[in-house]
Design a protein around this ligand. Structure first.
Ligand SMILES: Cc1cc2nc3c(=O)[nH]c(=O)nc-3n(C[C@H](O)[C@H](O)[C@H](O)COP(=O)(O)O)c2cc1C
Length: 249
């Protein structure tokens, strides 16, 4: 055990922050940490937009389904997959980059790069005693978000991260059993072992909710996933991504 691992293992999402804003030094350290992440072929296919304008924060909170902590936090970052600068570089270098930029592979590269940078940012923030919450809710309406942020073609806002000083202690959500997510040499396909892992996990999730809500809530992870995945959500996404010139071939 060391401090880095302790920070990682202490993670829980924070959804209530004090009014104290992050300092510019904290913001810079968080962004620098994001940039230090590994990046596929050195491509650095992301941009981070910090939102300081309260009106914009409130508008984003509304897009995210009225999640108050999108507006009320110490700082709000939006992480975008970004191949716009590479398209420009193609023009300046006289290279025909568009067929590659617009491929599914480069779209995946940009998504992976953005997620790696974001999680580095999160760990940097958490290591400073700050709390965070990822906000995928901004994808409820990316047309609106893209117009607020003035993002060009080949840029997709993926998620926000609300950061700030936690206003209250929250509990940690249990994760799947380790041997359910870690396989050796090949994917474990034994259905009874698979089911046993899920059953064991469902029990710990039920215990967690029971304890957290004084018995008012006792759903399992399976039931949550079943209900969540039954609903079609954000089905406009394929069209939006393609309109932005990504994932086309
Ligand atoms: C990409 C992404 C998007 C998320 N979007 C939201 C969100 O819009 N609102 C929210 O309250 N939590 C959001 N979360 C947080 C998850 O709900 C949370 O990580 C998960 O329930 C596990 O809980 P924990 O982070 O406390 O361990 C998001 C997490 C990720 C990784």
């Amino acid at each position: 055990m060391n401090q880095v691992i302790e920070t990682i293992l202490r993670h829980r999402s924070v959804r209530k922050f004090t009014e104290q804003p992050l300092s510019s030094e904290q913001i810079e350290l968080i962004v620098k940490s994001a940039q230090a992440a590994s990046t596929s072929s050195y491509i650095q296919a992301y941009s981070i937009i910090g939102i300081t304008d309260l009106k914009k924060k409130q508008a984003l909170a509304e897009v995210a389904g009225n999640q108050a902590y999108v507006a009320e936090n110490g700082h709000f970052f939006i992480f975008c997959a970004d191949l716009h600068r590479h398209q420009k570089i193609g023009e300046w270098e006289g290279s025909d980059v568009l067929p590659s930029i617009e491929s599914t592979e480069k779209f995946m590269v940009a998504l992976i790069d953005t997620a790696l940078a974001a999680q580095n940012a999160v760990l940097a923030a958490e290591s400073m005693g700050l709390g965070i919450c990822y906000i995928g809710g901004i994808r409820n309406d990316l047309e609106k978000v893209a117009s607020f942020l003035k993002t060009p073609k080949h840029v997709i806002p993926l998620f926000g991260i609300a950061v700030g000083y936690p206003a209250k202690e929250t509990s940690q959500k249990p994760r799947l059993p380790l041997n359910h997510v870690y396989h050796e040499n090949e994917y474990e396909q034994d259905e009874s072992a698979f089911k046993a892992g899920i059953d064991q996990y469902n029990q710990s999730v039920q215990d967690y909710y029971n304890k957290r809500t004084n018995g008012k809530r006792s759903d399992t992870w399976s039931s949550q996933m079943g209900t969540m995945l039954e609903k079609k959500s954000r089905m406009y996404m394929k069209e939006f991504i393609e309109k932005k010139g990504l994932n086309l071939r």
